[in-house]
Design a protein around this ligand. Structure first.
Ligand SMILES: N[C@@H](CCC(=O)N[C@@H](CS)C(=O)NCC(=O)O)C(=O)O
Length: 205
């Protein structure tokens, strides 16, 4: 399998972490986004959205959207328990994957846009947009804080939900996101970032 990705993409980061966690034979292929490789006809044939990450299996089967890629990877090793097969366990993981895609990726994306991306693209930070984004991130962190009361992981034990959601926080320092007011979240992020699979997936910052 090949994972087309970029070191600074949070969506790619979670896929790399699950690849390492499961020890799957996946070759990482960096897509040169500055050169627009992700919009080339060759890449669009794999993912018509022109985005990373994109996974291509050995027989040419393609899957895109990072949370779908996580499910495809976890299905290779069901014994890992990262994607439970019982109805309730699976629904709980899906609940968090969908919350990540529809809610947390948007709030963290707004903050990232006014910090990391603004700096990268040499554009001025819009303070009002930044403040509004940060408020939404804090709203989401409060939900995670409550969920993590008395639990080590979001669904009780380690699942795809943890990898998917923690990916929104790996750039928290340049994003100006402070976890001091969220001790359960802080402990959980530290727990996740102490895993070798996650550490190996962090980009050189
Ligand atoms: N919802 C997608 C988001 C993927 C995404 O937005 N990737 C960014 C990099 S983090 C990208 O490829 N952007 C290029 C573009 O939108 O043109 C996922 O989870 O895979």
């Amino acid at each position: 399998m090949k994972l087309y990705e970029h070191p600074f993409s949070s969506a790619a980061f979670k896929c790399r972490a699950v690849v390492h966690e499961l020890g799957l034979p996946v070759t990482l292929v960096t897509v040169d986004m500055m050169k627009g490789e992700h919009k080339s006809p060759e890449f669009l044939a794999k993912n018509p959205n022109g985005k990373v990450p994109t996974l291509v299996d050995d027989d040419g089967f393609c899957v895109w959207e990072s949370n779908a890629i996580l499910c495809y990877l976890a299905a290779r090793k069901p014994e890992s328990g990262l994607l439970p097969s019982d109805a309730r366990g699976m629904a709980q993981v899906q609940q968090w994957l969908q919350w990540q895609a529809t809610t947390f990726s948007l709030s963290t994306g707004e903050v990232m846009s006014e910090t990391v991306y603004a700096k990268f693209f040499n554009r001025a930070k819009d303070e009002a947009k930044y403040a509004a984004g940060l408020e939404k991130v804090r709203r989401d962190l409060a939900l995670l804080e409550k969920t993590l009361t008395g639990r080590e992981f979001l669904c009780g034990k380690l699942t795809l939900a943890d990898f998917s959601i923690v990916s929104g926080l790996f750039l928290r320092t340049p994003m100006g996101v402070d976890l001091e007011a969220f001790p359960n979240v802080k402990a959980w992020v530290n727990r996740m970032e102490s895993r070798e699979s996650v550490r190996k997936s962090l980009p050189p910052l």
